[in-house]
Design a binder for this molecule. Structure first.
Ligand code: ZN
Ligand code: ZN
Length: 271
């Protein structure tokens, strides 16, 4: 691979990485991952996320409240997010959205918090990282309704929804991010939906420490493994791995406008 990849969504502050964070970062580098975004899931633990981002210029972060946490920490106002968004390391808002699979938080609380995150995106111009599971219709209804009130940008992270959701998201300018799920044999419908997403709207991610791609499935995931997802995406799209890397990395910088390309580590540079 001659072009750097970006892991657009991982959770480097999770305890799974605390033993060997520098090793994890080095292995990612060796695998051609030139940039990583560590995603926030709670305001109460955001300092840990911010601390990870402080470790290297090529690590950024986002701030937000995961739908799982919306019962305890759900936001009713975008104010705190807007206030924090001036931090140069914070390049996106989220992850937020709806998770009706686990239903860890009351759905109404999830929806209210989701709208507060959207308002923060509209205000700051930062992209929204959307988590959606078993909630395609409500997710897209809210995104479209809010988009009508005033535009904002974002990405459907760890895409595992229907082709219909992907197409609706594309219509409002959203990007679709592929995780290790696209490498699973059981993910035929997801692969078919991704095949119909234009090359200039795709991102890749690990969602590490979860969802390791084939051939690492069942092991703890880490950013280095995004290369396996990118290789599968190249196959699905019928292009070379370099072309996928070039497209997804360019798309990343088009969406995450605060991420500075000069911090992207090139694979040739070595460690
Ligand atoms: Zn998620
Ligand atoms: Zn996540």
């Amino acid at each position: 691979m001659n072009v750097a990849l970006v892991d657009s969504h991982c959770h480097l502050d999770y305890p799974q990485f605390s033993e060997d964070l520098s090793g994890t970062i080095a292995r990612a580098r060796n695998a051609g991952v030139g940039m990583m975004v560590s995603i926030g899931v709670k305001l109460s633990t955001f300092e840990n996320v911010r601390a990870v981002a402080a470790k290297a210029d090529h690590i950024y972060c986002t701030i937000g409240v995961h739908p799982h946490e919306a019962g305890e920490e759900g936001l009713s106002s975008p104010d705190r997010l807007i206030e924090m968004a001036s931090d140069p390391k914070i390049i996106g808002i989220g992850e937020s959205g709806l998770d009706y699979y686990y239903d860890n938080a009351p759905r109404e609380a999830q929806r209210e918090s989701f709208r507060a995150h959207i308002a923060a995106c509209r205000e700051t111009g930062l992209p929204l990282i959307v988590h959606t599971r078993n909630a395609d219709d409500d997710t897209m209804d809210i995104l479209e309704e809010e988009y009508e009130k005033g535009p904002f940008t974002g990405v459907i992270h760890c895409f595992s929804s229907s082709a219909a959701l992907a197409q609706r998201a594309l219509k409002i300018g959203f990007y679709i991010s592929c995780s290790g799920i696209i490498t699973f044999n059981s993910a035929r419908e997801i692969q078919a939906a991704v095949a119909d997403v234009p090359l200039d709207r795709l991102l890749v991610e690990t969602d590490a420490p979860y969802l390791a791609p084939v051939p690492k499935r069942g092991k703890p995931n880490e950013p280095a493994y995004v290369a396996h997802t990118a290789a599968k995406l190249a196959q699905i799209k019928g292009v070379s791995p370099d072309e996928i890397a070039r497209a997804t990395t360019n798309n990343f910088f088009a969406l995450f406008i605060k991420a500075d390309r000069k911090h992207l580590l090139s694979p040739e540079a070595g460690v």
